[in-house]
Write a protein that binds this ligand. Sequence first.
Ligand SMILES: [Zn+2]
Length: 342
Amino acid sequence: MTTKSKADFAVMSRLAADIDLDADGKAHGFVRVPHSVHRSAYGWIPIPIFRIKNGKGPTVIMQAGNHGDEWEGQIGLGNLIRSLKPSQIQGKLIILPSANFPAAMAGTRTSPIDEGNLNRMFPGDPDGTITAQIAFWIEQRLLKGADYSFDFHSGGSSLSYIPSALMPRMPDQAWCKKSIELMKVFGAPVSYIAATPQGGGRTFTSAAYRQGVVAIGTELGGGGLVTPTSLKVAEDGMRRVLKHVGLYKGAVSPAPATRLMEVGGDDYYIYASEGGLFEPLVDLGAEVKKGQPAARIHFHHSPWREPELLRFKRAGLVLCKRVPARCERGDCLFHLATDVAG
Ligand SMILES: [Zn+2]
């Protein structure tokens, strides 16, 4: 899988961009995913793609809509696409604003076509489901040979975050150092190292690492909505990191101070122990102590039953909180973060 030419991948993957991803100038079009259905025998799914290139310089990949219901990155990248001019660029920037396009169109985390969670499907499969084919094309055609990548997530419909940048802790120390530097330049209120990353090697950022691409992700907010505050974090940060890597020559605002934190293992998370109604006992941004009450789960089918009380298993900052009140056993209700020296 490491020495294939571009032509080999054209054969292996059924996906293809209808613009030249290597030409100079500014262009937009679609990655075509062949999809033969009742409505359209020879049709394809159009994933929007954008390229801007000017001469030699770094190759940068920016992506949002990896989860379809995470909107800040999708709006921010659209704004960036419309504003950039080739004269402001040195190198190549490719943007996929809604990477899992069927999921984005449905407003859901996963694809309505195959239930595929794109960020759990890397390295993908050229002969797999639609979402697996998208993952394969992204890793082989976009990430392979790139220098930097950015994957703009947020909490989506079920979670709300303090706007954050994040990177997984990986064995390559030089890679981690560069990613931490990118998080500081991005300048979200919190930057965290995921010590035990979600996804187990199947995420976009894991794919980037596999391909030797320096990468960070974000959790910009969530709750199924967009705020001026979260969008500003996204848009200012996007321009700053592009400037930092030498691709963008325009003006940027200075990076605000970020709080460098870590999200560790199981004791950072509070999961629903029962199905029912989630009553949070703290808000997002609270500083909590070990043993402090976190939530009560109410039994709305038997309201005379005493609610289940859940307590935080360690001290930390409440970085992430569940949005919907209804919950099932196993749903994540909170996760914490703790400060690291940096
Ligand atoms: Zn996400």
